[in-house]
Design a protein around this ligand. Structure first.
Ligand code: 13P
Length: 251
């Protein structure tokens, strides 16, 4: 099965020229490695109109970093899933830890997951604990995020869903970030599947689980081969085409 590799540029690429340059370099990788990978780049919202629905970038998919849960109306500053869909957007991150850090709750994430699916956009729901503790509090934390972020989402909708496990303590921009071990990731991926099975009363659900947090050229091969992991969500290493190729080439 093809691996998904998502490049989350966050708010790091702000000049139009830079977005186009990085987009073209990423698109070349999407073309070169298309037999084994599906690559999705998530630029800032204003650059979506440059990169999406533009054959220069095929077969690279363009994704959104966030959406709103309203369809349209008096919602100043928001970007409707309908507007994104109209630009050919097929994927959106939802509930990234950097959004949760500024107050986005799991209840809001559930509304966004629902709105994305209704608009025909595949949600990439991000979950992950802030820290680990010896008593396994991180499992309870992730379970709560998962249950609340999928509250009211019917089982059939799960086909469109991807879950990105991104422990905040492993994200490169976190102070004193540490690399997760393959065992940390494998156990959490299994746990996420178990919680989903329990929530939906079905033994095996078709939900892809991705890993994100300090993914780099050294750890990408090992991370992407972990049982239960279908791809990687890459932040800082996706900003440099050379480092990104070092990841894409080995998954
Ligand atoms: P880094 O790869 O920079 O740790 O970022 C991970 C991330 O938050 C991707 O969404």
């Amino acid at each position: 099965m093809k691996k998904y590799i998502i490049a989350n540029w966050k708010m790091n690429v702000n000049a139009r020229k830079e977005a186009v340059k990085l987009g073209l370099a990423t698109a070349r990788l999407a073309q070169k490695y298309k037999k084994r990978t599906t690559i999705i780049a998530c630029p800032s919202t204003v650059h979506i109109s440059l990169l999406a629905k533009n054959t220069d970038y095929a077969p690279l998919f363009i994704g959104a970093q966030d959406i709103t849960f309203h369809e349209s109306g008096a919602h100043t500053g928001e970007t409707s899933p309908l507007a994104l869909k109209d630009f050919g957007i097929k994927f959106s991150l939802i509930g990234h830890s950097e959004r949760r850090a500024v107050g986005e709750t799991s209840a809001v994430c559930a509304l966004k997951v629902r709105a994305a699916i209704a608009a025909g956009i595949q949600p990439i729901l991000c979950i992950g604990e802030l820290a680990r503790d010896k008593k396994g509090g991180h499992y309870r934390f992730v379970e709560k995020q998962l249950r609340e972020s999928l509250s009211g989402i019917p089982v059939l909708a799960l086909r469109a869903l991807m879950i990105a496990y991104e422990p905040v303590w492993a994200i490169s921009s976190t102070q004193n970030a540490a690399e997760a071990t393959p065992e940390d990731i494998r156990e959490m991926a299994l746990f996420i599947q178990k919680v989903l099975s329990d929530m939906y009363g079905t033994p095996k659900l078709p939900v892809r689980i991705l890993y994100g947090g300090s993914v780099n050229t050294q750890n990408a091969a090992e991370y992407s081969n972990i049982e239960g992991i279908s791809g990687l969500l890459v932040g800082s290493a996706s900003l440099n085409p050379k480092s990104f190729e070092g990841i894409v080439a080995v998954v």
